[in-house]
Design a binder for this molecule. Sequence first.
Ligand SMILES: NC(=O)c1ccc[n+]([C@@H]2O[C@H](COP(=O)([O-])OP(=O)(O)OC[C@H]3O[C@@H](n4cnc5c(N)ncnc54)[C@H](OP(=O)(O)O)[C@@H]3O)[C@@H](O)[C@H]2O)c1
Length: 256
Amino acid sequence: MINSKKDDNVILTGFRVGESYFGGFSQYAKVDSNFLVKMPKDLDNKKSMMLGTAGFTALLCSFAVKAKEELLLGTKVKDVLVTGATGGVGSVAIMVLSKMGYDVHAVTGKKDKTDYLKDLGAKNIIDRKEFEGESKLLEKGIWDGVVDTVGGPALTKIFAQTKPGGIVAACGNAGGNKINTTVMPFIIRGVKLWGIDSSGSSLKRREFVWGQAAKLVDFTKVHGFTKELSFNELLETYPKLIKGEFSGRAILNTNK
Ligand SMILES: NC(=O)c1ccc[n+]([C@@H]2O[C@H](COP(=O)([O-])OP(=O)(O)OC[C@H]3O[C@@H](n4cnc5c(N)ncnc54)[C@H](OP(=O)(O)O)[C@@H]3O)[C@@H](O)[C@H]2O)c1
């Protein structure tokens, strides 16, 4: 743990806690101190967990897209596509990318969520169906950057539609694991695939990203799309998550 001491508030996401290590939902937990990030002054327990791994991942993806301008000394990012837009990662990514000043194009399968996505900062809403089916080797280049949470055929099409030098931050597989692409987007347009593994992020990266969260996230809005659930309600929620019927974020209230 960097820069923390006894009684400090801390954040723990990833590092396989809740997967390989049990106790992710416990009120008291003994964990490896190297997993802990000191809570930035402008965050608190509830804010950080409303974001959780999904919000942290959305921030990592957004900074990957922004890297086109700074790290890679590329042209200004303008149009950014976000898939799985109503999900936890997608919703936070829309807020962060629009706060960064980009025009966000949100891909969703939920027609009734247009107002929600626009309120988060999406400029344009695209039906998920447009990212299904076969893609050409290269299509018209539209996106300067992409935050992709769904993978599969959508990601294949995304590569074909990314502008020269564009960065695709791929973090999820809600729509499938397989991609059927060619080398063309990468060698003709210099498209960059930036894989995101939030769980294995270094502590330095975690400190940087959590330190930026309060500047880039509107927590009143996050509160608006976060449900507070009991243990029993979690059990009813998991099947909805798997069927893609859940939107927004959920936090566990262990006292509910
Ligand atoms: N790499 C990492 O570090 C990391 C970290 C966190 C999450 N993830 C992954 O990122 C993905 C998104 O996570 P999340 O927390 O945002 O999940 P989520 O809240 O369940 O949202 C996923 C969204 O994907 C869309 N979707 C669902 N089924 C789909 C399908 N068959 N085809 C296309 N789109 C579909 C839906 O949005 P619409 O209805 O709006 O289209 C859904 O709301 C998951 O695959 C998760 O495992 C990865």
